[in-house]
Design a protein around this ligand. Structure first.
Ligand code: CTP
Length: 423
């Protein structure tokens, strides 16, 4: 467990700082937040206060109700100078997102707001995760400031390449993934024991593609976001995570192992090889139920046809097959995308039919949830009952699913196994 002081500066990526706190919290860290005035235009202090369970400081002139204590500490009797006490208590000071302006101030040693004053007063390791427009990032002034900070042993978590906040802009400047920032923090401060240390988790993610010919396929709209969020959340709890990724184009994390697959058959083979060495299987991939019966070797030509018939044949139900090989100690979680009013009932049937411990059902008829979306709303069904998770970010939903796995294990540990007597 480490005490992480998080400085949030202005930028559209400020909302990602919420994900970083969620990940840090499940990894057992204690977090306090300092915000600049500009960052509050993007995410309000109330959000950070709610998620850290501690007051958020925004100015040198306000009194800290917690008197510089982190959520795991008791507040002192005296009333110290808040930001000095906060940095004294911190094991690491992370600035994420760090704007070009804040980086320039750090390089100059300015102390014109609470965040920069705290950075100047900090003797703990400093981690800076920049986020800005690509031209601002590539500007010689910013690059010189970054080099200067590095020469003073500041850890820089490089921004990622991708689409940026402004329309049609692409380049380097996107805030690094929360898991990447957390990994950089944990290189500097001891992480301590975590709840899922030693647990081996296998996740399938994405959607399989079944070739029709050399260039075409039958696919589905799964982006892999839910599976990747589950993997990230499990890794933050300390698990050894392997992801079987079917056609997923999302950032990868250094602590997670990935096996890339294309078709249902490839996913089946990889899952079959990995399954016996996992304690928990999270089968989030959308696996094709049918594959082309006779794919064309080259490119299928029109050849004057007015109609084209494609014959499909069923694939193996990978999850149902794995379930037959399972041991008592393994936990199996399936996912079902259902459409319409009876989504939960249909999903409940699959729980029993596939021999699963939990089934996560999402009703894909709802707008803004499920496929290709960053949010989800699910119902987690077990043999004993069900839990509805209202619409939330996929990382938050992932943590709810992992909590449900923990809850199931606790319930089973409490339930004595009935002796079967043959009298
Ligand atoms: N699944 C699988 N192999 C398949 C199809 C599905 O392992 N060939 C897994 C999915 O990864 C998911 C669960 O089974 O965890 C439920 O998937 P779903 O497609 O909803 O179930 P099906 O049994 O295929 O039912 P349906 O007829 O509704 O498609």
């Amino acid at each position: 467990m480490a005490r992480i002081l998080l400085g949030v500066s202005g930028g559209i990526a400020a909302y990602k700082a919420l994900d970083l706190i969620r990940l840090a919290a499940v990894a057992g860290h204690s977090v306090r937040v300092i915000q600049t005035d500009n960052s509050q235009r993007f995410v309000g202090a109330a959000s950070f206060a709610a998620i850290t369970g501690a007051p958020v400081l925004t100015s040198e002139w306000e009194r800290d109700p917690a008197r510089g204590a982190f959520p795991d500490q008791a507040s002192p009797e005296h009333d110290p100078i808040s930001h000095l006490e906060l940095v004294r208590n911190a094991d690491c000071f992370v600035i994420a997102p760090a704007s070009a302006n804040t980086i320039a101030k750090l390089a100059l040693g300015l102390a014109d707001n609470l965040l920069t004053s705290a950075a100047l007063a900090a003797s703990c390791p400093l981690v800076v995760a920049p986020a800005m427009n690509h031209q601002m990032w590539e500007n010689a002034a910013t690059q010189a400031n970054i080099e200067l900070l590095q020469s003073r042993s500041v850890t820089i978590v490089d921004p990622e390449v991708g689409s940026l906040a402004s329309r049609n802009e692409w380049g380097s400047g996107r805030l690094a993934q929360p898991a990447t920032i957390l990994a950089a923090i944990e290189q500097l401060v001891p992480a301590g024991p975590r709840p899922w240390d030693g647990r081996r988790v296998l996740v399938t993610a994405g959607g399989t593609r079944e070739a029709i010919d050399a260039v075409r396929f039958v696919g589905n709209r799964s982006s892999g976001r839910m599976g990747f969020a589950l993997a990230e959340a499990a890794a933050a709890r300390g698990a050894d995570v392997t992801v079987i990724a079917a056609n997923v184009e999302l950032p990868r994390h250094a602590q997670i192992a990935y096996i890339d697959v294309g078709s249902a058959a490839e996913l089946e083979q990889a899952a079959s090889e990995q399954f016996s060495s996992c304690d928990l299987l999270l089968m989030a991939a959308a696996v094709a139920d049918f594959t082309a019966a006779d794919p064309t070797a080259g490119k299928l030509k029109k050849d004057g046809r007015t109609e084209l018939e494609l014959t499909l044949k069923p694939t193996t139900d990978v999850l149902a097959q794995l379930s037959k090989r399972r041991t008592e100690a393994q936990t199996l979680v399936g996912f079902a995308a259902e459409h319409g009013a009876d989504a939960v009932d249909v999903g409940r049937g699959k729980l029993a039919a596939k021999g699963l411990d939990l089934l996560v059902i999402n009703d894909v008829s709802g707008a803004g949830i499920g496929f290709e979306s960053s949010s989800n709303e699910v119902t987690i069904v077990s043999a004993e009952g069900e839990r509805h998770v209202p619409k939330a970010d996929k990382l938050e939903v992932a943590n709810e699913i992992l909590d449900a796995v923990d809850e199931l294990a606790h319930r089973r540990a409490r339930t004595p196994i009935r002796e079967v007597s043959d009298e």
